[in-house]
Design a protein around this ligand. Structure first.
Ligand code: ATR
Length: 476
């Protein structure tokens, strides 16, 4: 059901005077609100003025009036009923999820003539879980429930699946609140109008995560493949609570990004050889027994990009420098060693690089480690056939950060950067200027996402969708 909401508190007095004309001019049912500041609205007058505005406008053909839980106005209620309009009785919290939510909700839901609405602001995965519990508590009665802010974002997109009558969306203004979604994104990116009770849910967990390109990639693939499924960003502050959310929503598959690639491993019921060897997991799916199966597609994605850069096989005896020693670096080093490449790992925290070298090296594999600082460059002799940047240095908005400012490219190096926003980092720009072959983060992101898609769905990423995606990513 599509509806329009008029927030009369945003109107200037001369506009408010004509607001009653709106329902007659549009083909959608219109909801009227006059929201106070404490609910995130703009109405600054007193309650008597607000009531008068509601009374005057409420009888002008609006389909619903959205009235707050504490608004006790029998006269208004009676007049609304006589005018044939419905009442949405709402509970707002723009700062959190109230501790007495269930009690207040029970009061709201008592009046069968009204539609209860809950708009609260989860500030953690545990808060999101509490909000999901309210969906269950309300059962199948008509209701409107959603979480504001980034933690609440999944409840907006999944409204039709969760049994909420609708979710809220508004055109972009350039000054959006966190978790806001505009109607076009909701429909084109998330396929909102196709989501139903049986839609499978996939997603990416991370922190930060809201600007991830993974929803664009996977939703494009899911749509092209004709699957009844949607892929969402889940902002996660703490894994244990999030996995309650994942169970409650019946999430089928997850991409894992910063900073959870290593800490997610204990959640796995089964891990494949890549996860065990790399010590990092970037992809999970629910197995037949309900437990999580983990794999690591960063390695396969990196290898695919590498093979492309070397036009086939990586020549034997190459030496590579890898900057960073986190989860992404582990997948890169693992792949390089597998290809017989000698590796030098440079990291801000030298001890972490040392640990990585110890864990992934051995059995004839050659990995050295050193601190990432001014002295790094002279240690790189013999390790410059390939340079792989795996930290967030150079990522928007810190686009000028250069992980190796003292290094002069000769033009002979193959240079990879996992950062994909911007598409060409300042590090890659320097490499390109010297004539190097470069591999962009977007190439590696896409290559690993295609592997994830196959792991999630059992089907290869639809080839027709790949070209469209490459264009959209490079222009993003
Ligand atoms: P991921 O799983 O995506 O690799 P991670 O495990 O958090 O993420 O690792 C991030 C990597 O980027 C680490 O190598 C980190 O260095 P530290 O081990 O010293 O933390 C590196 N990194 C992050 N911010 C950095 C910065 N400002 N300068 C240098 N290295 C940085």
């Amino acid at each position: 059901m599509d509806l329009l909401e008029l927030s009369a508190d945003f109107l200037r007095p001369e506009e408010a005077a004509r607001a009653g004309e709106l329902p007659g001019k549009v083909d959608l049912p219109v909801i009227l609100t006059v929201r106070r500041e404490k609910e995130g609205g703009r109405f600054t007058g007193n309650e008597r003025d607000r009531m008068q505005l509601l009374l005057r406008l409420g009888l002008s053909g609006f389909a619903f009036l959205d009235l707050e839980e504490d608004l006790q106005a029998p006269e208004l209620d009676r007049r609304i009923r006589e005018a044939g309009a419905g009442v949405i009785r709402s509970l707002h919290d723009i700062h959190g999820v109230p501790s007495d939510l269930s009690r207040r909700l029970a009061v709201l839901a008592r009046n069968a003539r009204e539609i209860p609405k809950v708009a609260v602001t989860p500030c953690s995965a545990a808060d999101l879980m509490r909000l999901l519990e309210t969906f269950t508590a309300l059962g199948s009665i008509p209701k409107v429930l959603f979480g504001m802010g980034d933690y609440g974002f999944p409840t907006r997109v999944l409204a039709p699946r969760l049994g909420s009558l609708f979710c809220y969306s508004s055109p972009p203004t350039g000054n959006e609140a966190q978790g806001h979604v505009d109607p076009r994104t909701l429909d084109e990116l998330y396929g909102y109008h196709r989501i139903g009770k049986d839609t499978d849910v996939f997603g990416v967990i991370g922190n930060p995560v809201m600007h991830s390109f993974s929803p664009l990639i996977h939703n494009t693939g899911l749509l092209a493949q004709g699957l009844d499924a949607v892929y969402l960003p889940f902002l996660v502050d703490e894994l244990a609570s999030f996995f309650h959310v994942a169970d409650s929503l019946g999430v089928q598959g997850l991409s894992v990004t910063i900073p959870y690639k290593e800490s997610v491993i204990p959640m796995l019921g089964y891990k494949d050889r890549a996860v065990a060897a790399i010590g990092a997991c970037n992809t999970m799916r629910r197995g037949a027994d309900g437990r999580w199966e983990g794999t690591n597609t960063d390695a396969a994605g990196f290898l695919a990009s590498l093979v492309q850069a070397f036009h086939g096989v990586v020549p034997p005896g190459q030496g590579a420098t890898v900057i960073g020693a986190g989860g992404a670096s582990r997948a890169v080093v693992y792949t390089l060693l597998d290809q017989g490449v000698r590796v030098l790992v440079l990291n801000r925290t030298a001890l972490r690089a040392q640990k990585l070298a110890q864990e992934l090296g051995g059995r004839g594999a050659s990995v050295q480690s050193a601190p990432l600082d001014e002295s790094s460059v002279k240690l790189m002799a013999g390790f410059t056939d390939l340079i792989v940047q795996t930290t967030k240095l150079g990522m928007s908005p810190n686009e000028n950060a250069d992980p190796l400012p003292g290094y002069q490219f000769t033009g002979a190096e193959v240079v990879c950067d996992i950062v994909y926003a911007p598409d060409t980092t300042s590090f890659l720009k320097r490499a390109l200027a010297a004539g190097c072959t470069v591999v962009r983060g977007s190439q590696m992101l896409l290559a690993q996402a295609y592997e994830q898609f196959a792991f999630f769905t059992g089907s290869p990423f639809p080839p027709g969708a790949k070209e469209r995606l490459r264009e959209r990513m490079s222009s993003a």
